[in-house]
Design a protein around this ligand. Structure first.
Ligand code: NAD
Ligand code: UFG
Length: 337
């Protein structure tokens, strides 16, 4: 029996494929390579000395999705595929709704046709919006503030309706906080197109000399040093969380949601200073205006995942910085190298 990984060539997907192969699972990937390169999967196979099966297809192509289920004995699906850029989602909301939501509808319909009812879905802390207080528990009210976040929120609702209609479904919703870092080999990591929107890839590109200086978005937030606070989580810890979620599916949990974060909040300045220590490189930065839509502080209460999945993050901020830096410095142009 195989695990189907949608979006498996992407950042979190590739790290999860590696952990799945290492744990002895058979892995089938579907990815349209819209935001990734097949090279990530080549490297996953080199690192594990194991093969996976790759379909270069779009989830919106129902015929292709059916073919994958016909050609493989799929037992469970981990659904990463989606568009994820917050700013872009404001400019092209229809593309986000279509790609993220319609693709999920197609995936679930084909899963039902083939009697596959085990699903792990990549949700996001973004469903909470700007939380009224921290740490955030899973029962917090939803308040996504952009179309990307609303696709995640809507998909969560759709998946709950699906379970209500047919209790054969087992669905784990994983709400990631801020995934960063890279595999310790330095062979796979995050490879954003163009100028990065997110803090970590921006810092590593400044460190490697591709960008001049970091803009820190605001230093007048009500946080310990005035800069925004987030719960950064190492991508390998996150990948392992998916293996724990697959285990959970075996208990027929219905629909369950878990925060995957460390439970610790770090400010932008904390990250800069830790990165400087880990890399030995000074990061030039300037304070600029707040970025519209940013929360002051967002970090998880990861207690439910610890209690019910037996999962907690093992890696700290220094590991995240050191591993991001190893990936970036070994691959200054990402998978193009
Ligand atoms: P990513 O862009 O690196 O990976 C997503 C993959 O999905 C890409 O390889 C892309 O080519 C593929 N894809 C997109 N649409 C597709 C389609 N219609 N058909 C087939 N393949 C398609 O992103 P990531 O950081 O690995 O994120 C994975 C998932 O986790 C996404 O759903 C994202 O929204 C969610 N998430 C990410 C973060 C983050 O900060 N990275 C935080 C919370 C949640
Ligand atoms: N920041 C800067 N300068 C930059 C980039 C970011 O100061 O160049 C700051 C932000 O203001 C924020 C912190 O660094 O305080 C983190 O910003 P990111 O863009 O790295 O991450 P966000 O928390 O804004 O959002 C990310 C993903 C979302 C996801 C969310 C929760 O981009 O898709 O985490 O998982 F929903």
């Amino acid at each position: 029996m195989s695990i189907l990984v949608t979006g498996g060539a992407g950042y979190i997907g590739s790290h999860t494929c590696l952990e799945l192969l290492n744990a002895g699972h058979d892995v089938v990937v579907i990815d349209n390579l819209d935001n990734s390169k097949e090279e990530s999967l080549n490297r996953v196979q080199q690192l594990t000395h194991k093969k996976l099966k790759f379909y270069h297809n779009d989830l919106l192509d129902v015929t292709a999705v059916r073919r994958i289920f016909k050609e493989n004995r799929i037992n469970s699906v981990i659904h990463f595929a989606g568009l994820k850029a917050v700013g872009e989602s404001n400019q092209i909301p229809l593309r986000y709704y279509h790609n993220n939501i319609t693709a999920t509808l197609i995936l679930c319909a084909v899963m039902s046709e083939f009697n596959v009812f085990n699903l792990v879905f990549s949700s996001s802390a973004t469903v909470y919006g700007d939380p009224a207080r921290v740490p955030v528990t899973e029962d917090f009210p939803f308040g996504p503030t952009n179309p990307y976040g609303r696709t995640k929120y809507m998909i969560e609702l759709i998946l709950r309706d699906l379970y209500a209609s047919n209790p054969l479904w087992n669905i784990v919703l994983l709400r990631y906080f801020n995934p960063v870092g890279a595999h310790t080999s330095g062979r796979i990591g995050e490879d954003p197109n163009g100028i990065p929107n997110n803090l970590f890839p921006y810092i590593t590109q400044v460190a490697v000399g591709k960008l001049e200086s970091l803009s820190v978005f605001g230093n007048n937030y009500p946080t310990h040093d005035g800069t925004g606070v987030r719960d950064y989580i190492h991508v390998v810890d996150l990948a392992i969380g998916h293996l724990k979620a697959l285990q959970k599916l075996k208990e027929n949990p219905g629909v369950v949601a878990y925060n995957l974060g460390t439970g610790r909040g770090y400010s932008v300045l904390d990250v800069i200073h830790t990165f400087e220590k880990a890399s030995g490189i000074q990061i030039p930065y300037k304070i600029v205006d707040r970025r519209p839509g940013d929360a002051a502080s967002c970090y998880a209460d990861p207690g439910k995942a610890k209690q019910e999945l037996g999962w907690s993050a093992a890696k700290g901020l220094h590991d995240m910085c050191a591993d991001s830096w190893r990936w970036q410095s070994d691959n200054p142009d990402g998978y193009e190298d």
